[in-house]
Design a protein around this ligand. Structure first.
Ligand SMILES: *[C@@H]1O[C@H](CO)[C@@H](O)[C@H](O)[C@H]1NC(C)=O
Ligand SMILES: *[C@@H]1O[C@H](CO)[C@@H](O)[C@H](O)[C@H]1NC(C)=O
Ligand SMILES: *[C@@H]1O[C@H](CO)[C@@H](O)[C@H](O)[C@H]1NC(C)=O
Ligand SMILES: *[C@@H]1O[C@H](CO)[C@@H](O)[C@H](O)[C@H]1NC(C)=O
Ligand SMILES: *[C@@H]1O[C@H](CO)[C@@H](O)[C@H](O)[C@H]1NC(C)=O
Length: 667
């Protein structure tokens, strides 16, 4: 006979009771335990995904950080992974390197240091990971490849780890190789050797932040490599592992996963993979790309974070469902707890895991996500069925005497939209080691002996609002700025930093300066020009003005632009209306960043090391460009693009400065 949903139809009342109890699942530690749990984390960077977060006013910025990191409050993340900035485009922007040039060292650029400190402040136990996506050009010595001189790359990466400790008292726990790119065994061994020699034995290596192969096969054949690598980190494994990975005996992590729009389907994806990465793939850590969607929504992979915070100008942020899905595991476990061997799939779909601290504590997490409500961005998800079901857990071994479990519940109801997230229900009685529960579809439950958790909350943040129509920045900051970049500018190629010219007696002492002077070892196809975007992607009619200063004699060139329609990995094909002046005394108006489509060109008399004011006005199909208030070009008829961000930038990897930036949206 089949038992299941149709219980009580064909049977007598007595049979019915046992049938309706549904299936039985034992949770037992008597035959030993499973793998050690290493945590759930978020990834800031790869790239520039936390860019706008830093510009939130208090108390909102701290509230967002609390939802992410504060133990027993929100996501209560156990791992923070950050990009080791490499001055190059790494998905949603560039992140600055601590060594733009070979003779340069600065451990206060960007926001990852700050983010790691804020995370540690909230959770001193949080695990920290650093991983490079790209490298400054000098590291590759002119080649777009970081392994030609492995000793240079190793010392560059180790200096980042040493700097973290020296300047921020941050102990980095793990370091990776080169995100989603080729690894090199010689490089990995040299990295291990150099870490050990530098007193950094505690810093372990993750490899290779890509696919299972070839790293797992290479490990099996190479004892020294095996000794060097602590963790096999794989990306988007679709919850599955491969036999060769299991054969290495290494810890397996999904060191980048999720990357899914953070609506309720995104929450369903996250719930399913958090359980099934262990159940199917024996992976003991899962890290979300990304931590928080704090980048302009029209950049690639908009809102693929655990929560959304992309409006520093309004203070609005959204605690999305993945935050509470994370809490179902993180608020009731700690890294170092152990999975039970008795984990698995439910008969009618869904999965369960159970973890213990080895001292009698028990946390069980169930998920019954349906296929269509838990699809992740990648890889493709084969079809499967989930139906409502009754399950009975039997607690055995160390857990046999548990008499009550706390219950936390989430349910995505796609029919009514009455989603509940991380609700604390009445404790459930465990009678003679057993308890039963009816599981509906698209639910997550935590049953746990851990008692002191909470669904943290703050008053609603301010309502969402568009980027201000009128916006100015003179880049004058009193004292040392908290961050190296000016608010709301999102660098897409090159790096734009605050700069102070102490010898300048004039009005341009504090400026914004593009500082990357050599094409980096790139991760995607950075443009040949540098560009930083700002504002509202919907803008069409706009006036932008900015003072500009070319530093490169003869070869220099700078621009301001409107209706800039692309960023991220496709930055090379960015279109818009670009107004350029050059140090050779000419100007151009182009319809794209690469300068292929020239709308106008002529003489401007501009040269290096002189400040000029550029103004670009676009209204409907008409545009004009002014140099120091004098019209160089006007009333041209424009068609595409119709809207986009404002931007500034340079015509090559060269030093240039910007001051008194102003935007006036005209419609
Ligand atoms: C940090 O870890 C220790 C040891 O596991 C634990 O006792 C302590 O509660 C943890 N602190 C936080 C804030 O989680
Ligand atoms: C899911 O259920 C449908 C309808 O009962 C059935 O046709 C299909 O084969 C099932 N799919 C799988 C993967 O079990
Ligand atoms: C679960 O069991 C209850 C009675 O114990 C029954 O009413 C219900 O229909 C069962 N649910 C499913 C999905 O089988
Ligand atoms: C549920 O919410 C989604 C997204 O907000 C919306 O598209 C859909 O129409 C809503 N469905 C119902 C039944 O309200
Ligand atoms: C700094 O200011 C001085 C004086 O105005 C000027 O000559 C020099 O070019 C400036 N240097 C930079 C790097 O801007």
């Amino acid at each position: 006979m089949t038992i299941g949903n149709q219980c009580c139809v064909f049977f007598s009342i007595f049979l019915c009771i046992s049938v309706c109890l549904g299936e039985d699942y034992d949770l037992d530690d008597r035959t030993g335990l499973g793998r050690s749990f290493d945590g759930i984390g978020g990834l800031s960077g790869g790239g520039a995904t936390s860019r706008l977060l830093v510009n939130y006013a208090e108390p909102y910025r701290s509230q967002i950080l609390d939802y992410l990191f504060k133990p027993k409050f929100g996501a209560s993340l156990q791992i923070l992974k950050v990009e080791i900035g490499g001055d190059a485009q790494t998905t949603d922007g560039t992140e600055p390197s601590h060594m733009h040039y070979e003779d340069d060292e600065n451990y206060f650029r960007g926001y990852e240091w700050w983010l790691m400190r804020e995370a540690k402040k909230r959770n001193p136990n949080i695990t920290l990971i650093g991983l490079p996506w790209a490298f400054p050009g000098w590291v590759g010595n002119g080649e777009n490849w970081p392994y030609s001189f492995p000793d240079i790359t190793v010392s560059y990466v180790v200096s980042w780890i040493v700097g973290a400790k020296k300047y921020h008292n941050l102990d980095i726990d793990y370091v990776g190789i080169w995100n989603e790119r080729k690894f090199n065994s010689k490089y990995i061994k040299l990295l291990r050797y150099t870490l050990d020699k530098s007193g950094l034995e505690r810093v372990k290596i993750i490899a290779s932040d890509n696919l299972w192969e070839p790293i797992t096969s290479d490990l099996i054949g190479d004892q020294e490599l095996q000794d060097a690598v602590e963790i096999i980190g794989v990306h988007y494994p679709g919850t599955n592992t491969v036999p060769s990975a299991l054969k290495t005996g290494k810890k397996l992590w999904s060191s980048e996963d999720y990357s899914t729009f953070n609506d309720n389907v995104g929450g369903g994806c996250w719930a399913r993979i958090l359980n099934q990465n262990y159940v199917n793939g024996q992976m003991t850590a899962t890290i979300s790309w990304n931590l928080v969607a704090s980048y302009y929504g029209n950049l690639p992979f908009g809102r693929d974070g655990l929560m959304t915070a992309k409006e520093p100008w309004s203070g609005n942020y959204v605690v999305e469902s993945p935050i509470w899905i994370t809490a179902h595991t993180t608020q009731f476990t700690e890294p170092g707890w152990t999975y039970l061997q008795t984990v698995g799939h439910f008969t009618h779909g869904g999965s369960y895991v159970a973890l213990t601290d080895g001292k009698g504590s028990l946390t069980i997490i169930t998920e019954t996500m349906t296929h269509d409500h838990s699809v992740c961005i990648r890889p493709p998800l084969p079809h499967y069925n989930v139906t409502a079901q009754n399950v009975t857990f039997h607690l055995k071994g160390s857990f046999a005497s548990i008499s009550e479990l706390q219950v936390w519940h989430s349910k995505f109801d796609f029919k009514t939209n009455k989603t509940v997230l991380f609700q604390n229900l009445k404790p459930i009685k465990v009678v003679e080691g057993s308890f039963s529960i009816e599981l509906d579809v698209d639910e997550v439950y935590t049953f746990t002996t851990v008692t002191n958790s909470q669904r943290g909350s703050y008053p609603d943040p301010p309502p969402s609002a568009p980027f201000p129509k009128s916006y100015k920045d003179d880049f004058d900051v009193s004292g040392t700025p908290s961050f190296s970049e000016a608010p709301n500018f999102a660098d897409q190629t090159g790096v734009f930093e605050y700069f102070t010219n102490l010898t300048d007696p004039g009005p341009h002492v504090s400026t914004l300066r593009q500082v990357v002077t050599q094409r980096p070892v790139t991760w995607v196809a950075d443009a040949d020009q540098t560009i930083s975007v700002i504002g509202d992607y919907k803008w069409h009619d706009l006036m932008v003005s900015c003072d500009v200063f070319m530093e490169a004699e003869h070869t220099g060139g700078v621009f301001i632009a409107v209706r800039v329609n692309k960023g991220g990995g496709v930055v090379r094909s960015t279109r818009g209306i670009f107004f350029w002046v050059y140090a050779d005394g000419t100007y151009k108006i182009t319809n794209d960043l690469s300068g292929m489509t020239i709308l106008a060109e002529g003489l401007s008399g501009t040269r290096a090391r002189v400040w000029y004011t550029l103004t670009l006005t676009v209204k409907g199909n008409y545009a004009s460009a002014d140099l120091n208030g004098y019209a160089l070009w006007k009333n041209a008829v424009l068609w595409e693009p119709r809207n986009g961000w404002a931007a500034i930038g340079t015509s090559s990897f060269e030093l240039a400065q910007f001051d008194n930036f102003a935007i006036e949206a005209l419609a």
